[in-house]
Design a protein around this ligand. Structure first.
Ligand SMILES: CC(C)(COP(=O)(O)OP(=O)(O)OC[C@H]1O[C@@H](n2cnc3c(N)ncnc32)[C@H](O)[C@@H]1OP(=O)(O)O)[C@@H](O)C(=O)NCCC(=O)NCCS
Length: 262
């Protein structure tokens, strides 16, 4: 498959994935996904739209303000070339990250004493997994240094995740040592036409346990699970450093995922 055919499938996924948890509002060349549960979404170029007009970005920003949701836009640089200029014209800041797909999956050795498992919908400690993910990701942008207490995940977030795991829309993988969760990650399979496609998101390792192969092991296990039913497995990495972890387990870059906010 060419990179452009792969990116077309990724676009179809991005258009389909939020719909089970959000209602879609068409705003000219954009689709705004308005979350109906605890997850917040974004606007992205409407599937098949050739160009994104700056005035549509302005209108979407106004609608986001009206709905009291964050101003957030996502797109693939290679398939929506006009979006960057339209976003920056509206005063939004744009962040790029490598978009990678599974090309040559490789088996990964687990560090000693660590086990990987799929977290079930009936897991009583589901909150702990959300807490760990929040802790791993807050560290990424933390300017106050490590050790800051994290807010507890809301009951609504825990219930939402439980429902998604129960009906197969989220597959949550964890790495544990003893009864301590050290790393987590998930994938989200979606039926797109005749195929099932999944995106891996939220791979995070506790700061003290990084650099031991846990991120790679969780990602490789998610890939193995996803490939049982999915024809395409992809993810967007925050930066080139995280991309290296994914490339080591068989991902290859096919494009650039862009996020705008502000
Ligand atoms: C990105 C992240 C998940 C990586 O997790 P991790 O558990 O440290 O990942 P790994 O240990 O598999 O790989 C990290 C590095 O450790 C190295 N490493 C892996 N096993 C090792 C071992 N046994 N000994 C020494 N180094 C090792 C890897 O080679 C890699 O090095 P590199 O960054 O120079 O390429 C983690 O840094 C994190 O949680 N970041 C914050 C959240 C985030 O940004 N997530 C990614 C979103 S895209």
């Amino acid at each position: 498959m060419t990179d452009s055919a792969t990116l077309h499938k990724v676009e179809q996924y991005y258009d389909a994935a939020p719909r089970s948890d959000a209602r879609a509002e068409e705003i000219g060349s954009l689709t705004l996904f308005v979350g109906t549960g605890p997850w917040s979404y974004y606007a992205r170029p409407r599937l098949g739209a050739a160009t994104v007009k700056p005035e549509d970005v302005e209108r979407a920003c106004a609608r986001m303000r009206e709905l009291n949701v964050p101003r957030a836009f996502e797109w693939v640089a290679e398939t929506a070339r006009s979006m960057r200029a339209a976003a920056t014209r509206s005063g939004l800041s744009v962040v790029d990250g490598p978009l990678l797909v599974v090309a040559d999956p490789v088996d990964v050795m687990l560090p000693g004493g660590v086990r990987l498992f799929l977290v079930g919908a009936d897991e009583p400690r589901l909150e702990d997994y959300l807490q760990l993910a929040a802790q791993a990701f807050s560290e990424a942008d933390d300017t106050d240094g490590p050790g800051r207490p994290m807010p507890n995940p809301t009951d609504a977030a825990v219930t939402h995740l439980r429902t998604r795991i129960g009906d197969g829309r989220t597959v949550l993988m964890a790495a544990m040592s003893g009864d301590r969760v050290l790393a987590v990650g998930s994938h989200h399979p979606v039926v797109v036409g005749e195929e099932v496609i999944s995106e891996i998101v939220g791979v995070g390792t506790l700061p003290d346990y990084r650099g031991r192969g846990l991120g790679a092991a969780v990602t490789a296990a998610l890939v193995a699970d996803a490939r049982q039913e999915c024809s395409l497995v992809f993810l967007s990495a925050g930066d080139d450093d995280s991309a290296r972890v994914y490339e080591r387990v068989g991902f290859a870059q096919v494009g650039t995922a862009c996020l705008a906010s502000g």
